[in-house]
Ligand binder design. Structure first.
Ligand code: NDP
Length: 281
């Protein structure tokens, strides 16, 4: 029996698994579609029922892949998608959302994010998000790639305090948010969605990560994900188009790391000692 995936609660009370599925680079090559759909279905079957996508990925192709993976089981999943900053005007946000809904083959996105900050005033984007929420097309809205000062600015905009999540780059090799953004969000009950949780595969060759993982008969990816799940209010969204790797990533929840080994990981991947601007990919 698989250990349960811990859950994270959004401000509106909705609970989601702290381990979800990313989709960047899906839907770019028709020859990979079957594998991508199968990997997402495998993840849903294993309880990784939060799926992160965006109108950007595969130019809409990733949303279509997600739509196929969730066909007939929409209510089992929590769908997250994102609007491009240049579409995030009052009218543009609503239109972009409607196009995403069509590609996803559903009438509701559970969490809709501004992908990163652009030129449209935050107040306008938030007003559009609130309209979408009122019409039931989205369940909640949030942001992505917002640093602490951006979050503070957002809270000063009408209805800005309704922000439900901030999706940012966060993994062992990118711990900057632990200095201020992570505690800022935690203290307000705003979940952080950790994107590129295994640094797109680049940290998996780190000798210390490999060494510590080995002691638990675990893989470096599992240890890197376990590190994120250890933190309150953090949702990790690893992407893989390989069903076996989905199962591998899922099993990170069974790891029980000793304090001594967490300290060894801190030595190999030091936490921030001062404020560093938010990095993004
Ligand atoms: P990840 O850190 O999730 O790494 C994905 C890469 O790692 C893929 O190449 C995948 O290859 C490989 N991989 C996955 N699992 C394993 C494993 N167990 N062992 C070895 N290799 C593995 O990077 P992403 O950048 O994709 O981030 C995750 C998700 O976050 C994205 O897919 C997207 O949904 C979101 N995101 C959001 C951003 C934003 O601005 N809001 C920016 C970047 C990402 P393979 O598929 O071949 O298995």
């Amino acid at each position: 029996q698989d250990d349960p995936i811990p859950s994270v609660k959004f401000p509106n009370g909705t609970e989601v698994p702290a381990l979800g599925l990313g989709t960047w680079a899906m839907g770019e090559d028709a020859g990979h579609a079957k594998m991508e759909i199968e990997s997402l279905m495998a993840g849903i079957n294993l309880g990784m029922t939060l799926i992160d996508t965006a109108e950007m990925y595969g130019d809409g192709g990733a949303e279509e892949i997600v739509g196929q993976a969730i066909r007939g089981r929409r209510d089992e999943v929590f769908l997250v998608s994102k609007v491009y900053p240049w579409n995030a005007s009052l009218k543009g946000t609503v239109e972009a959302c409607e196009h995403s809904l069509e590609r996803l083959g559903t009438d509701r996105i559970d969490l809709y994010l501004l992908h990163w900050r652009g030129n449209h005033p935050l107040a306008e984007t938030v007003a559009a998000f609130e309209m979408l929420k009122a019409s039931g097309k989205i369940g909640a809205w949030g942001v992505s790639n917002f640093d602490t000062d951006d979050m503070e600015e957002l809270l000063r905009v009408p209805d800005g305090a309704n922000v439900a999540a901030n999706q940012v780059l966060y993994n062992l090799s990118r711990r900057g948010i632990e200095y201020d953004l992570l505690p800022w969000c935690q203290s307000r009950g705003i979940p952080i969605m950790a994107y590129s949780p295994i640094e797109q595969g680049h940290i998996l060759h780190h000798p210390e990560l490999i060494h510590i993982a080995k002691a638990y008969q675990a893989t470096p990816a599992q240890l890197a994900l376990a590190f994120l799940l250890e933190r309150d209010g953090v949702i990790a969204i690893p992407k893989t188009s390989n069903a076996e790797r989905v199962a591998e990533n899922r099993d990170c929840v069974s790891l029980e790391i000793t304090d001594e080994d967490w300290q060894a990981l801190d030595a190999a991947f030091p936490p921030p000692a001062m404020k560093k601007s938010l990095e993004m990919l």
